[in-house]
Design a binder for this molecule. Structure first.
Ligand SMILES: [Zn+2]
Length: 65
């Protein structure tokens, strides 16, 4: 399993999360920041074979609105 870096929308620290299986992409998961422990959403997408992840706050729109 590979990890992918995300930046917390609350504390702006970067940390690594486990990437979902490529067959499950794109997907959107609830996650708690490993640094500040605040909840966030992480949107995972497949980009030319690489998993891209972007984290956003619960009150924000994700990359797909
Ligand atoms: Zn954080």
């Amino acid at each position: 399993m590979s990890g992918v870096s995300v930046i917390c929308p609350s504390c702006f620290e970067e940390f690594e999360v486990a990437a979902p299986h490529p067959g499950e992409l794109p997907c959107d998961v609830d996650y708690d920041c490993e640094i500040c422990c605040r909840p966030m959403r992480i949107a995972f997408a497949d980009e030319d074979g690489d998993v891209q992840a972007s984290a956003y706050g619960l009150g924000d729109n994700g990359p797909w609105g």
